[in-house]
Design a protein around this ligand. Sequence first.
Ligand SMILES: [Mn+2]
Length: 278
Amino acid sequence: MTSPPLSRVAVIGDVGGHTGALRRELRRLGADPVEGTLPPGLLVVQVGDLVHRGPDSDGVVALVDRYLRTQPDQWVQLVGNHEAQYLREPVFDWPDEVADATAETIRRWWGDGLMRVGVALPTPDGDFLVTHAGLTAGMWRAVLDTPIDARRAARRLNGLVGRRDAAVFRAGAMLGRRASGSAGPLWAEAASELVPSWFQTRIPFHQVHGHSTLVDWATGRFRGSAQIEDLTTVDPVARHETTRLDGGVIIGIDPDHGVEPTARWRSLEIPLAGPATT
Ligand SMILES: [Mn+2]
């Protein structure tokens, strides 16, 4: 049996244990979260941080596990720093923990290669690289050896797993370190590390990331330098932030859910021009 080609992608930002918010968005995209089916032609990419903050991390992981089991060609799951807490020695304190079975599911995804570091998406507007926190210029240069396209970048990022884990999991300012243009793809902070890292270097392809935001949505104010604000367009309804750089755009899509879910947010929907690469 052959499936129809995938014609569109929805990149879903951080979920943070909010099953209701994830189900609602999937339903809007034409999925049936009860039956666990995705509409033909739709690829879902979730950027990681499925768990913690909200009330039902276990439910979120179970929901995603169902899609990964039944429609693995239509769901790309990326790893976030919150999933990483269950893959290695925890690097930060977090008040709530997922159930043992949920932690096992997260480890199984990682061990089976069902949870990736990055994915490349060809679109009519050029190729996008999607990672949890974004690919910094320092990581692109020193660890990946300056890949010129998103497909190579995704392959090299995923190829680091098990060989150069320290680079994959490299922390940054969010763990109290000095802001670094070489922070890793699970940790780079958008305002202080990711976006500024590309100011001196032409960005070779577009990027989408979750993990952190340029705008403090509680106040509506930008974090970081005035330069970032000048280059960035904000969609407050979708909670998307698009920064135009020389060579491409960086789009942040973290809805910034807290203990309560964000009321209004959306996935980033883009037409697909070819198969995704991991
Ligand atoms: Mn994160």
